[in-house]
Design a protein around this ligand. Sequence first.
Ligand code: COA
Length: 164
Amino acid sequence: MTATVQISMARPGDAVEIADMSRRLIEHGLPWSWRPERVARSIAARNTNVAVVREQGVLVGFGIMEYWDEDAHLVLFAVRRESRRRGIGTAILHWLEASARVAGSERIRVECRRANAAARCFYNEHGYHELSIRQRMYGGADAGIYLEKRLRGLVTPGPSGGDS
Ligand SMILES: CC(C)(COP(=O)(O)OP(=O)(O)OC[C@H]1O[C@@H](n2cnc3c(N)ncnc32)[C@H](O)[C@@H]1OP(=O)(O)O)[C@@H](O)C(=O)NCCC(=O)NCCS
């Protein structure tokens, strides 16, 4: 289902809520690495977008994307449990993908836990290909999957000997 979703850029004051959502919804069972100070650094960073969705003043979803030379990296992404399957994750992802295209990124990379069926279905649904499994990710605690979506088509070679 596709919702009408209002996306905005995170404010410094959102760092605590985003960090708390990361601890509960993403990093559960792992050491908490996305603490408020780290999220705040991402909000302030020039090569990073932190997109959020608020409903009735409550932050219900967010996505953090970093832009590097050729790649964009979706580093943290979650929607509150009670707000899922309403298209909020899709809206955030589309917004971040559009920003990556504007930034000139060739591809978007993302990782998730192998056991995270919801995320794997979600990313596959949005054109992300599973590239490889790494057995001991997350500090050795869990297996992870690397996924990628190419934003630009492969360059097709011209006719042989055409321009030399
Ligand atoms: C992954 C996540 C962000 C998806 O957010 P969402 O707002 O529920 O996603 P959407 O409503 O836009 O879903 C779009 C499509 O993705 C697929 N999908 C999403 N959740 C799914 C699930 N639990 N099982 C199977 N498919 C799923 C479906 O095809 C869905 O379309 P549909 O609802 O019409 O069937 C959310 O489940 C989440 O926050 N999970 C916990 C954190 C996490 O895993 N983050 C990503 C890895 S870091």
